[in-house]
Design a protein around this ligand. Structure first.
Ligand code: BES
Ligand code: MN
Ligand code: ZN
Length: 500
């Protein structure tokens, strides 16, 4: 299987085998270590660059098989454009590009962590390594027949050459925790629903105990006792029982209020009695991407020992049509006491979140709550796959999320909330109904959620467009993107961690 190569650091030295990846700027200038390593090939690179019209502009690359004078199987030159302009996100992307230019069947690759401006900093080199790790991810555990070209040899390595190995390793440790969190989230999103049903999801979340996370799994009986009838109503048509998983990482000061992350975990969304059309329904195995992100994020924070108290809570259900399924017209009483008339059983995510948001707000009294949910198709219509929709009752939290999105490339775009939208979800029979009609579908969904956060500072991220089925990018080739792990890790790191 194409497991990621083993990624490590070594001091700069021209490799004696495998692939060599180096960087140059848009004047075809190399750093000193790279020049030294390429010296035995004379003017080969310059001639090849001319022949291939390679100018070193950002995003371009040049591959030379068995370059004369060098011992490597291939030399890959990647253009960075002007090195002074490179952002942290760019170094991640360079790592992704580097990995992509080495054939999967190659057992050994060396990447020189140097730009035309000289050796990369330890952090930049760690970002290159991390980008390569994210790009190498492939979900192929169910592919039993693979061609040799698609197989990574056992023990394949990717060595990032640096000037200070110890410093690079130190910088990589938190990065590796975050990348592992992204991988966990992607695996969960990609996994089919016959394998990953609520109980199994809870088991996988429970593995976070290994990194020091407290994990509580509440079953149907316990949720019934808490009055979580909105969540339970969604799951009642499935033979798979619902679960609520509450994860806690206490890396902050004792007694300090936690921050909280809440995920929609609909392991499969058929729509229920308001059943979805057949075309594309298989994508609804990813309707738990919000929950997957929360699990990946909790891993990242715990594995890098973030100095913060965090609660992660995920509502896990399967939305199925059945003799026992919830009907349109049913009225449920949520944990908050508010009643909800079910108009459309396919608007199930907000019902799940209603009880989890209320539970977390009341039980943990967090500094803020951010929920993530593949909540509405309408957010795809509004924003496509480039931005998640963000709704918030707190301008400062919204600004911080926007900034974290810019830095990580996991971007959010703020959408409106407002009492004017409330009339769309007022019900004739209950306190509210679970759909608000076609207009502003993502907004009325968020407006519904807001009724369950009370006065807690809160942001809702509608990730229906960004969490799955996004086009391949420098950092991701897989269907499940792992969206949100890096974004929320950044939010926490920048604003909510005690300084070291
Ligand atoms: N899980 C879907 C939203 C979704 C759609 C996610 C496409 C990813 C891709 C959600 O539960 C849903 O069905 N929403 C309905 C709401 C409607 C019935 C008010 C929708 O968006 O159509
Ligand atoms: Mn639905
Ligand atoms: Zn759904």
């Amino acid at each position: 299987m194409t497991d990621a190569p083993k990624i490590g650091f070594a001091p700069f030295a021209a490799p004696a085998k495998g692939a060599l990846v180096v960087f140059c700027d848009d004047a075809l200038t190399f750093g000193p270590q790279t020049r030294k390593a390429l010296a035995p090939s004379g003017d080969l690179v310059a001639r090849a660059a001319k022949a291939e019209r390679f100018t070193g502009k950002s995003g371009s690359s040049l591959t030379l098989p068995v370059p004369a004078g060098l011992k490597v199987t291939r030399l890959v030159v990647i253009g960075t454009g002007k090195p002074a302009k490179l952002t942290p996100q760019d170094f991640l992307k360079l790592g992704g590009t580097a990995l992509s230019k080495v054939p999967v069947a190659e057992a050994q690759a060396t990447v020189f962590a140097e730009t035309a401006a000289g050796a990369m900093t330890a952090q930049q080199a760690a970002d290159v390594a991390t980008g390569a790790r994210l790009r190498a991810y492939a979900f192929d555990r169910y592919k039993t027949k693979k061609k040799d070209d698609d197989k990574r040899p056992a023990g394949a390595t990717l060595t990032v050459a640096v000037s200070d190995v110890a410093a690079a390793n130190k910088a990589l440790a938190p990065n590796a925790a975050i990348a592992e969190g992204v991988v966990i989230a992607r695996d969960l999103v990609n996994e089919p629903a016959n394998v990953l049903y609520p109980e199994e999801f809870a088991r996988r979340a429970s593995k976070l105990r290994k990194v020091g996370v407290d994990v509580d799994v509440l079953d149907v009986k316990q949720m019934r006792k808490l009055g979580m009838n909105a969540l339970l109503g969604v799951g009642q048509g499935s033979v798979r029982d619902s679960r609520l998983v509450v994860m806690r990482w206490n890396g902050g000061k004792k007694g300090e209020k936690p921050v909280a992350f809440i995920g929609k975990g609909v392991c499969f969304d058929t729509g229920g009695i308001s059943i979805k059309p057949a075309g594309g329904m298989e994508d609804m195995k990813g309707d738990m991407a919000g929950a997957a992100c929360v699990v990946g994020l909790m891993h990242a924070l715990a594995a890098r020992k973030a100095k913060v108290n965090v609660v992660g809570a995920i509502g896990l259900v399967e939305n199925m049509p059945d003799g026992n399924a919830q009907r349109p017209g049913d009225i449920v009483t949520s944990m908050s006491g508010q009643t909800i008339e079910i108009i459309n059983t396919d608007a199930e995510g907000r019902l799940v979140l209603a009880d989890v948001l209320w539970y977390v707000a009341k039980k943990h009294k967090p500094k803020f709550m951010v929920d993530l949910a593949t909540l509405t198709g309408a957010i795809l219509v509004a924003l496509g796959v480039e931005y998640a929709g963000m709704f918030s009752n707190d301008d400062r939290l919204a600004e911080r999320l926007t900034a974290a999105g810019q830095v990580t490339g996991e971007r959010v775009w703020r959408m409106p909330l407002g009492p004017e939208y409330d009339k769309q979800i007022d019900s004739q029979f209950a306190d509210m109904k679970n759909t608000g009609g076609r207009n502003g579908g993502s907004i009325t969904a968020a407006q519904f959620l807001q009724r369950f956060v009370d006065d807690t500072s809160w942001a809702h991220l509608d990730i229906a467009g960004t969490a799955m089925g996004v086009p391949a990018s420098d950092l991701n080739r897989s269907w499940g993107s792992g969206y949100g792990v890096r974004l929320l890790n950044r939010l926490v790191a920048d604003h909510y961690e005690a300084k070291r």
